[in-house]
Design a protein around this ligand. Structure first.
Ligand SMILES: NC(=O)C1=CN([C@@H]2O[C@H](COP(=O)(O)OP(=O)(O)OC[C@H]3O[C@@H](n4cnc5c(N)ncnc54)[C@H](OP(=O)(O)O)[C@@H]3O)[C@@H](O)[C@H]2O)C=CC1
Ligand SMILES: CC(C)(CO)C(=O)C(=O)O
Length: 359
């Protein structure tokens, strides 16, 4: 197995990057992890760490913030937020050799959506995720293998990941053909204890995941709700169903076959438990939200075929508003500084003027 992809690189040492890096490194593969800041320091000091359903794991990796130092890879997983990818291009350039296979483990509509497929949408471009087309120009088939990650993960501390659900990933060639390298990739992940499946219609599971994200990530930011709450709350039920139906409409218009049994989907989402979406995690940390890939790109694709998505548009706009406020609603610091001495409670006092007493 080691010989399939002798040099494996991972870009981004957050929740997904650390999950993959630990699993692969613990199963005997040498991993080069592109990281920065506190994560890089932690990786160099403690190795990469993961707590999952099997327990606690730790492994040594080669970590650097320099793509040149890490060098060319045979396989490169991109595990950063979609909006960070264009800026990462120059850093990862030295990690790309002539035969490097790039696997973006990234939510939302990918920049490569219309690449490699042919058909009536050939040549289209997703501006929301790839402004100016830089990603499509550098990272296009045959270099790419598509990926959908059915995973829930958090990074509770730098260089560390925590995941409480099974790890499931689907991979597929952008032109939907079977290939030896696809088989080798699935075998590699399976050897690391990750359920990996090859798809000959990668855009089908991609849409299932896009629809899952559309129905949960922006709403989680507005409501603060966990996946379990989103998919079980009677208050959110109609809204969630509207979002799912809107997503399904766009998927079908682009030729995807997404068979979504609504009660089953809701039950499955709820079974993920009290986990926070990656977007809610970003919001809680005051980080930019991945709305371009998970929201705006879906609106862009819908607009391209004159499909109205009123619910999605509203929820995405609300999440954007919350993201710009940079702090969760209801958690702003009091306008009265802590140091201000509180006046004695006076409203029961007979001397309190009636005009200031609460009614
Ligand atoms: N978390 C989850 O449950 C799931 C996430 N996904 C998707 O996977 C992708 C990754 O998500 P996730 O792991 O949660 O995100 P995180 O934010 O946890 O991790 C992303 C990492 O990329 C790093 N990064 C960004 N730019 C650079 C750079 N220039 N140099 C070095 N490192 C960089 C970030 O570093 P820094 O912290 O310094 O910014 C961060 O460590 C996203 O598309 C997400 O939607 C998919 C399924 C589930
Ligand atoms: C957990 C899940 C599936 C939520 O839709 C996800 O992909 C995310 O958090 O971004």
């Amino acid at each position: 197995m080691k010989a399939s992809f002798p040099r494996i690189g991972i870009v981004g040492a957050g929740a997904i990057g650390c999950t993959l890096a630990t699993r692969l490194a613990c199963s005997g593969h040498s991993i080069s992890l592109l990281a920065r800041g506190a994560a890089l320091q932690a990786l160099r000091r403690d190795g990469v760490r993961l707590t999952d359903r099997q327990g606690h794991h730790r492994a040594a990796v080669a970590a650097s913030d320099s793509g040149t130092e890490l060098g060319e890879q045979d396989l490169l997983f991109l595990c950063a937020k979609a909006h960070d990818l264009p800026a990462l291009l120059p850093t990862i350039e030295p990690m790309l050799g002539a035969g490097t296979v790039v696997v973006p483990v990234v939510n939302g509509v990918p920049w490569w959506y219309f690449l490699g497929e042919g058909g009536r949408f050939a040549g289209r471009h997703v501006e929301a995720v790839d402004p100016g087309g830089r990603l499509a120009a550098r990272l296009a088939p045959p270099r790419l293998i598509g990926c959908v990650a059915f995973v829930t993960a958090e990074s509770p501390a730098p260089g560390m990941a925590l995941t409480t659900n099974p790890l499931r990933m689907v991979f597929g060639e952008p032109d939907d053909r079977p290939s030896r390298r696809l088989e080798r990739l699935c075998a590699l992940l399976a050897s690391a204890g990750i359920e990996a499946r090859a798809s000959e219609r990668i855009r089908d599971p991609l849409w299932t995941k896009i629809i899952a994200n559309l129905s949960s990530n922006p709403l989680s930011v507005i409501s603060g709700a966990t996946l379990e709450e989103i998919y079980t709350s009677p208050d959110l039920h109609e809204l969630v169903c509207d979002l799912l139906h809107e997503g399904l409409r766009v998927a079908a218009a682009y030729g995807a076959r997404v068979e979504l049994d609504l009660p089953g989907f809701l039950a499955h989402g709820a079974a993920m438990g009290a986990v926070r979406t990656s977007m809610l995690q970003d919001h809680a940390r005051g980080r930019p939200l991945e709305l371009a890939a998970i929201g705006e790109a879906v609106l862009e694709l819908a607009a391209g075929l004159d499909i109205a998505l009123p619910r999605s548009r509203e929820i995405i706009a609300l999440a954007r508003f919350c993201g710009r406020r940079q702090r969760p609603i209801g958690f702003e610091p009091s306008s009265t500084p802590e140091s201000t001495p509180w006046p004695d409670c006076t409203w029961n006092s007979p001397r309190t003027p009636s005009s200031t007493a609460p009614r």
